[in-house]
Design a protein around this ligand. Structure first.
Ligand code: FE
Length: 393
């Protein structure tokens, strides 16, 4: 038996935000991040639409990037005080992720992060409130996924929360919210979305339900990302949908070791943070070469190239065409070919790579990767992504 879960309703397109007028409820709390939604006028719009729906509205603002346990507890307290029957999260991945965790603590004040981070072990939500997510970036697709990441800065750990209970009830994918994204963020988040779709397609949990979503997302990223990067707003809109489709695929098929590797190197080096989407973009071609040694994965990668019309002919020609296309996109978007080129120092990399490799193997995303990997192989793979050498093992 398997399960496939998505939000109950997904509103998309120009003015999709106005659908908030049609939510039925008594009280809504809006959870958001810094000031960009307020400056862009979207926060006011959301508030007005919810009031038009006849709801009493309160705000919880200031969720930081990589939201903390403290912020989640504060938000949950605000919910307990206000007793909303709708939680409306608007912004990048962080406020939406934070609101998902606040929701769990609002409904179950006595639960703990230790309990919640056991995968797919959440108590039943929706006894107090429903959840609406409105993304203002194109990449994480948290508006449709069962995932949230919360950081305990005091303990230095991240709690990855995963359960279909936190899949939002309503997602509003309105392209107006991504019009002002800076190009570098368009590039990184676009490649994150591509990675989600490709990893979902070759995941051991791929299915007839997730495959069409993944393939369409890959096709759309290849069609629209370069123009979106250059500021074409029609393409930007299509990318907003593509990342959402990729999210629908990976929330059900899960991911693979590109994400395991990116998770463990994001904050590992003193030379600076490697943005999630950038790390994924760098690792993706190397991981395809590693996974392609597995017969099933090899055929699945070839299938991607064939189904989106990238190449025909032998499986080998098709897999090569897919890798070349990704490398071409990385060049076009100004993404380095190696983490050395990104700026990671060799001595620091070599000093840390063994531990990073061990941690990456233990990451939650490794389990659904199509080819098994041990810490030694992971170390070799990281070295390929540092030196730009061939993956021949
Ligand atoms: Fe990602």
């Amino acid at each position: 038996m398997a399960r496939f879960t998505l939000p109950r309703d997904l509103y998309y397109g120009k003015d999709a935000l106005a659908e908030l007028k049609n939510l039925s409820g008594k009280k809504a709390i809006i959870v958001t991040g810094g000031s960009s939604m307020r400056k862009g006028g979207f926060l006011k719009l959301v508030e007005d639409y919810l009031k038009e729906a006849g709801m009493e509205v309160t705000l919880f603002e200031g969720v930081e990037p990589d939201p903390s346990v403290e912020t989640v507890m504060k938000g949950a307290q605000a919910m307990t005080d206000f007793q909303p029957d709708w939680i409306v999260a608007i912004g990048g991945g962080s406020p939406i992720d934070a609101a998902k965790a606040m929701w769990a603590f609002y409904e179950y004040p006595d639960t703990t992060f230790e309990a919640l981070c056991i995968p797919f072990n959440f108590p039943k939500l929706r006894t107090k409130a429903k959840f609406c997510a409105i993304p203002s970036t194109s990449g994480t697709a948290t508006e449709v996924t069962a995932f949230s990441v919360i950081t305990d800065y005091a303990k230095g750990i991240k709690y990855p929360l995963a359960d279909y209970e936190i899949t939002p009830d309503v997602a509003i994918v309105d392209p107006a919210l991504v019009e002002t994204l800076p190009p570098v963020q368009v590039a990184y988040t676009g490649m994150d979305a591509l990675t989600h779709a490709i990893e979902a397609y070759v995941s051991t949990l791929n299915s007839p339900f997730t495959d069409p979503l993944a393939i369409k997302a890959i096709e759309m990223v290849f069609d629209y990302l370069p123009a979106s990067y250059k500021g074409d707003m029609e393409a930007r809109e299509q990318m907003h949908y593509a990342q959402c489709l990729a999210g629908q695929a990976f929330t059900n098929a899960l991911l693979g070791i590109v994400h395991s590797m990116a998770h463990k190197t994001g904050a590992a080096f003193s030379t600076g943070h490697i943005p999630h989407g950038c790390a994924n973009a760098i690792y993706l071609p190397y991981v395809i070469k590693y996974n392609a040694h597995d017969k099933v994965a090899f055929a699945r990668y070839a299938d991607i190239a064939r189904r989106i019309g990238l190449a025909q002919g032998s499986d080998k020609a098709c897999v090569n065409a897919l890798i070349e296309k990704i490398e071409e996109f990385n060049r076009l978007l100004g993404i380095p070919k190696t983490i050395k080129e990104f700026g990671v120092k060799e001595d620091e990399f070599l000093a840390k790579v063994k531990d990073i490799a061990t941690n990456a193997v233990a990451d939650a995303c490794t389990g659904s990767n199509p080819r098994a990997i041990d810490p030694e192989q992971m170390e070799k793979l990281y070295k390929c992504t540092f030196y730009g050498t061939e993956v021949d093992f």
